[in-house]
Design a protein around this ligand. Sequence first.
Ligand SMILES: *Cc1c(COP(=O)(O)O)cnc(C)c1O
Length: 417
Amino acid sequence: MRLEEQGGTITREWCVEQDRGDPLGHFRDAFLIPDGLIYLDGNSLGAMANAAPAHVAHVVEREWGGDLIRSWNSAGWFDLPVTLGDMLAPLIGADAGEVIVTDSVSVNLFKLLWAAADMRPGRRRIILEGSNFPTDNYVAQGVAKARGLEVVLRERHEIADAIDADTLAICITHVHYKTGHINDMAALTAKAHEAGALAIWDLCHSAGAMPVDLNGCGVDLAVGCTYKYLNGGPGSPGFLFVAKRHLGAARQPITGWWGHDAPFAFDPGYTPAPDIRQFLTGTQPIVSLSLTGVGLELMRAADMTQLRAKSVALTETFIALVEQRCGRHGFALASPRDAAERGSQVSFTHANGYEIMRALIDRGVIGDFRAPDIVRFGFTPLYVRHADVWDAVDVLADVMDSGAWRDPRYAEREAVT
Ligand SMILES: *Cc1c(COP(=O)(O)O)cnc(C)c1O
């Protein structure tokens, strides 16, 4: 039954019915979601695939323990950044050979911004969203300082107008980390190109959460994360994308031996690899890198159109339920109401957001808090169900109606929120 047919009132039964008809429903069994926990924080750290422990045991015991150094060849360790990049490519609208999995998002962004500065000599401005996840803006400030460039921070509606003939690149996050707002990749990229600037995109909150079409939008360079919606594990390496037309011309600055054309020739001089490998620097964290493949393998089996449809359904249901059941408690929707503009998360502002989130986590509903007043809930379509959405709001309603969040211990701040 569709929601409208029952007068717009959502019941738990309706939620369970949606889950029964969910073509992605079976993916939940591939993940460990501890009993009694409702996990709405996969946009910060994805859940563990059930296959992960055995995979790590294999890499550690057999490949490292048994085969030792031979595994660089026999287990494909040396090629892993490229192999995983090729697995990831179709999820983001890229081709094989354009993506590499390596290093952190921050480090990868440094490499790409540096490369971009060389590709647009004489231009000085890098435009970013001021309220973006800060590391991107910090890294841009570091590159700007070293290269004598200017970082220009603008909010979402001001970005297009800020692009001018002195702009070397825009560097925009596809889905905003706090609000879940989708920035228009096609339109902003076109606008940057019209002005002769490069378009760099950060896919941290969109890769694995919704369809992304880098080549369809003509994007030049991109970075993203594997430990959020791609379920690669804590601290799993990030990825970077360089459009084929720029490979060879784009050069990253941390010219280590893994980016050399012939790493094992041990030449005294640096000769850059002509392909995506030039964006590597040094020896990779093989255990973590290898684990990334487990999450990617699962994601590759999911249909992106179905994934997006489910994501929209989950976030719509959550917004409707919070407003239905907690409407009088002072929550204001901080995410776009129009699903077409919203990623796979929902945020509300609330003056007591921190305490409320602590009370929720204490009751087994895990979301997170982003200062100063945002409670944020991520809906990873691979493993979150409609019934989870119902149950989470049920707990939230109880925390609000009972005033349980007022317990003084919830006001003490922890290091990681
Ligand atoms: C999560 C996230 C990062 C993470 O950067 P790391 O260097 O991997 O810590 C960067 N940018 C954005 C927009 C993010 O959401």
